[in-house]
Write a protein that binds this ligand. Structure first.
Ligand code: HEC
Ligand code: HEC
Ligand code: HEC
Ligand code: HEC
Length: 496
């Protein structure tokens, strides 16, 4: 046992006294820190009462000038990172195989990098995917993730009635881009879900959206739009395919079970699925979600202005502002953090390109089999493999951020895509051999967007002419009617 000499009484008392003082000081210090933390964000005051459905961002902006000013930053289209940012990137020009992958579907006409929220109305009006003359008119459901007018119209005419209409018929209603109304309760400014599809998807899983935490809500407001969805027939009812789970495999099983397809491929005749942008779903499989980080932590960091702390509403690539977006949690240098992102994206892109090349070849070779007289029975297993391979590729490719949100899962899903595309090609080769066709099938020159579009028989000049006509007549009329309805009409500047 210990043989320490017994301390004198006074030493013990002195130690005791010192401990009391230290504990007291630590207490004061901690209280101060806690108080700072609780200082929270800018106290705000609602100067003008807002009605339940106020679509105009500028009217909300009168109450909240800092958030409004920063929101207007989303109009900026200058920032560009290695693989993302807000400036225009024409994906079909960069990856012409995509034209082949989407033959017979509107995405083969036009597909660009996403830009900031305030551009959403201009962009959906301008893209060649909307309003083309030779198309069956798009459903009104397409407005759902573009405008603060959506909750207003749903409240006015009913959710079902809102979906069951045509995009071009109701355009006069949707003039205010994604904004305050989409994420906030006008009375309390707390975060609020305004899109029924998200609430309904959770309900089917037995979850009540009201039971999610505040930190969950900082991602769920984004999951109203940054998710995979489809238009359920009849009535084009916006639905999230989450009933079997969030993963690419679960959603694929869901779509197979209900025998859903978005379109029939023009070359291979496969019953295809178009992935939208499963940002939330892919993100949820990554380490940041695992550690409780929310979308807003990186995409809406805090900002200081004149001693006031508030949430930066200039939603964009976090690489525009690494100090606020990443360095609040990570100690690495800005250059290192950017490298962490880019190196992961490069690897995802490497596999993605392999999948794109395999898939383009698979479609073209399947066409050769049909041309040589293949039967439905011979082609069925090939087409199923093509359907699954392209779904898995698109599940990663359509998600924003080039896989950064969850690199490991993105690479796994791409791996299975390449495997299935190559299996489709191998099976198709057997069919071709049976039909006596000489292998390999010669590949057309699809090295540019124009060549690829010509190969699938698209007349882009005619589409452009139709679009200009639509913008100069129909769309102008929409704005006039909207101005009459709501009194003001902010000209969210058209970007190049
Ligand atoms: C850990 C930080 C972090 C979190 C959390 C996060 N992201 Fe991202 N996000 C990024 C990075 C980094 C990029 C890549 C930006 C680039 O390439 O310039 C990105 C890219 C994006 C992009 C494309 C932007 C562009 O300019 O290319 C969108 C859209 C996006 N994220 C949405 C979301 C959504 C929705 C969530 C939540 C479900 C989320 N993010 C969660 C860091 C994050
Ligand atoms: C995409 C969703 C989204 C949109 C659109 C949006 N906000 Fe926010 N807003 C948030 C989030 C997330 C927070 C942080 C809330 C929290 O953590 O409590 C926030 C916080 C706020 C706050 C509280 C103070 C602060 O700065 O944190 C105010 C006020 C606010 N927003 C005003 C606005 C205004 C005005 C607009 C329109 C110009 C707007 N918001 C658009 C998501 C959004
Ligand atoms: C009402 C639907 C909706 C909501 C809610 C929404 N987004 Fe978006 N978001 C979009 C659309 C649509 C685009 C593409 C706009 C375009 O290119 O015209 C977009 C674009 C973006 C971009 C790309 C911006 C750029 O400059 O590259 C980022 C980043 C982003 N959103 C993050 C978020 C985050 C984070 C949240 C939640 C805090 C969120 N969004 C909530 C619909 C939405
Ligand atoms: C709110 C805190 C938070 C923010 C903000 C944040 N991170 Fe992280 N990040 C984490 C945590 C926690 C981990 C997991 C590491 C651990 O637990 O040791 C992580 C892990 C990572 C990893 C390794 C995991 C992987 O996916 O390979 C990278 C890279 C990374 N973060 C980059 C970034 C970048 C870039 C940003 C800004 C765009 C960012 N982080 C913003 C908290 C954060």
């Amino acid at each position: 046992m210990s043989e320490q000499p017994k301390r004198k009484h006074w030493v013990n008392w002195a130690l005791f006294g010192a401990t009391v003082i230290v504990v007291f000081l630590v207490g004061i210090f901690t209280a101060q820190i806690m108080e700072r933390r609780a200082e929270k964000v800018a106290r705000f005051q609602i100067i003008n009462e807002l009605p339940e459905y106020e679509p105009r961002n500028e009217v909300w902006g009168e109450n909240f000038p800092r958030q409004w000013e920063s929101y207007r930053g989303t109009l900026d289209t200058n920032f560009r990172s290695a693989h993302g940012g807000s400036s225009k990137i024409d994906y079909l020009e960069e990856f012409p195989e995509l034209v082949i992958l989407w033959a017979g579907y509107a995405f083969s006409k036009d597909y660009n990098q996403g830009q900031g929220h305030a551009n959403a109305i201009n962009n959906i009006r301008k893209t060649l995917r909307t309003g083309g003359a030779e198309d069956a008119p798009l459903p009104s459901t397409c407005w759902t993730c573009k405008s603060t007018d959506v909750p207003r119209v749903m409240a006015e005419i009913g959710v079902k009635e809102y979906y069951d209409n045509k995009w071009v018929k109701v355009g006069q209603e949707f003039v205010n881009p994604i904004g305050c109304q989409d994420c906030h309760d006008p009375k309390t400014m707390s975060l609020r879900i305004t899109r029924p599809a998200l609430i309904e998807a959770f309900e089917r899983q037995g979850n009540d959206i009201k039971e999610f935490s505040h930190q969950d809500m900082r991602s769920l407001v984004c999951a109203q739009c940054h998710v995979e969805y489809y238009f359920k027939k009849p009535g084009n009812y916006l639905t999230f395919p989450w009933d079997k789970g969030f993963s690419a495999d679960d959603m694929e099983a869901y779509f197979d079970e209900i025998e859903f397809s978005d379109w029939t491929h023009k070359l291979s005749r496969a019953p295809m699925l178009k992935a939208q942008h499963p940002d939330y779903e892919l993100f949820m499989t990554g380490v940041h979600a695992e550690r409780g980080v929310s979308c807003s932590d990186c995409h809406m960091p805090y900002k200081m202005e004149g001693g006031v702390k508030f949430t930066d509403h200039h939603l964009s690539s976090p690489l525009r502002n690494v100090a606020a977006s990443c360095q609040v949690c990570h100690r690495e240098s800005e250059a290192q953090l950017i490298k962490d992102v880019t190196s992961r994206q490069d690897k995802v892109l490497e596999l993605r390109r392999l999948a794109e090349k395999s898939l383009a070849a698979a479609h073209i070779e399947a066409k050769a089999a049909w041309d040589a007289g293949a039967t439905e029975t011979q082609m069925a297993p090939v087409l199923k493999l093509i359907r699954h391979a392209q779904w898995r590729w698109d599940w990663v490719a359509a998600a924003n951020g080039v896989g950064f949100h969850s690199p490991v899962e993105a690479l796994r899903v791409l791996g299975t895509s390449i495997q299935k595309a190559e299996q489709a090609r191998a099976q198709n080769a057997l069919v071709l051999v049976k039909l006596g066709v000489q292998l390999p099938i010669p590949m057309p020159d699809i090295s540019t967007k124009e060549l690829a579009q010509k190969y699938i028989g698209l007349d882009i000049d005619a589409l452009k002419k139709d679009k200009i006509k639509l913008l100069e007549t129909v769309v102008k009329e929409w704005d006039k009617q909207a101005l009459k309805r709501q009194g003001t009409l902010i000209d969210y500047k058209l970007n190049k």
